[in-house]
Design a protein around this ligand. Structure first.
Ligand code: SF4
Length: 330
């Protein structure tokens, strides 16, 4: 009778460390599968196929809805900006754990390195993440394993602890040497960073969630383009900065949102978000829109608006942008 191979499910960030974690475990002849997550805040899909580089199956999972839900009330709070890193890692592990169970796999692993990140990769944070995810002692971190308590897969003898590593801190020397050792010269780079760690984006997102506690991926996509203004406690105006933004806003407009455009001068497209707008909100949105268009200061412009099948027109005075700056949130 052939013995079942021990199988591990790994979270891949697309960066070098998670690739090395796979390689270190592959040296022990383990059966591995990788998971790559995407949300509107980060996309860890690398440019090149990881399957090609690592020779293991990879599953790409959209974590958007669960990530947004977690973001509203993270158990361990936020990092410097709006990055709930401990809860985020726990969510990723929890989802990976579901796959592990469905696949009949035996353990989870990540490419985390002890002490590499101040918030999420401290010894106590790694433990908190496992506990919150529901897999205490079940997550192998091959790059730092010898510096951490033995995990269940090591204690069970599924993984040879002596062949795992003891890397810690922010230095990259050992990883570079390992990349050389494994012939990972042309490894994929992860696409961009996490928007939640950026101050400007975090500020806008906080305000968006204040205005729309139920905001979903569409609203987050709106936040990623153009200029944003808080028109009232429940309305949020976005103006395109260029043609690309204008087209994107038209595509993203929902049935209760209002699209605005100056009728007699070139200018941005505006998207007023939210079902609870008043006539004053609409007038203020039209004034902001005209201030960022090409009509001469002091002139009165016609602004057309539409919402679903409804259409209307109103006049707006070209005001000084400075007078409207306090409404701008980024
Ligand atoms: S930086 Fe972003 S993607 Fe990374 S753990 Fe924190 S919240 Fe999650």
């Amino acid at each position: 009778m052939t013995q079942k191979k021990i199988k591990g499910i790994g979270i891949l960030s697309g960066g070098l460390d998670s690739l090395l974690a796979v390689k270190v475990l592959q040296d022990q002849g383990l059966d591995l599968m990788g998971i790559v997550y995407t949300t509107p805040f980060f996309d860890l899909r690398p440019g090149r196929s990881l399957e090609e580089v690592l020779e293991i199956p990879i599953r790409i999972i959209d974590l958007t809805e669960k990530h947004l839900q977690m973001l509203r009330n993270p158990v361990y709070g936020f990092g410097q900006h709006m990055n709930p890193c401990i809860d985020c890692h726990a969510l990723m592990l929890r989802e990976a754990g579901r796959i592990m169970e469905a696949e009949g796999a035996d353990f989870l692993f990540t490419g985390e390195v002890l002490g590499q990140r101040p918030m999420s990769q401290r010894r106590d944070s790694l433990k908190s993440v496992e506990k919150l995810a529901g897999y205490p002692g079940g997550v192998v971190r091959p790059l730092s394993a010898k510096l951490l308590d033995p995990t269940i897969p090591e204690a069970q003898g599924w993984i040879d602890r002596s062949r795992l590593l003891d890397i810690s801190g922010r230095g990259r020397k050992r990883q570079m040497a390992l990349a050389e050792h494994y012939g990972l010269r042309d490894y994929p780079q992860p696409g961009g960073g996490c928007l939640l760690t950026r101050e400007g984006f975090a500020r806008k997102l906080r305000l968006l969630l204040d205005c729309f506690p139920e905001a979903g991926s569409r609203e987050v996509e709106i936040l990623k383009c153009g200029r944003h203004f808080r028109v009232s406690s429940s309305t949020f105006l976005t103006l395109g900065r260029d043609q690309g933004d204008n087209e994107k806003l038209e595509t993203l407009a929902g049935p209760t949102d209002i699209l605005l455009r100056a009728a007699d001068h070139p200018g941005p497209t505006g998207l007023l978000l939210g079902p609870h707008w008043s006539r004053e909100d609409l007038e203020l949105a039209a004034r902001i829109l005209v201030a960022y268009g090409d009509s001469p200061p002091g002139a009165v412009s016609q602004v057309v608006w539409s919402r679903g099948g409804e259409r209307g027109r109103l006049a707006a005075l070209h005001s000084d942008r400075d007078a409207l700056r306090e409404l701008m949130i980024g």
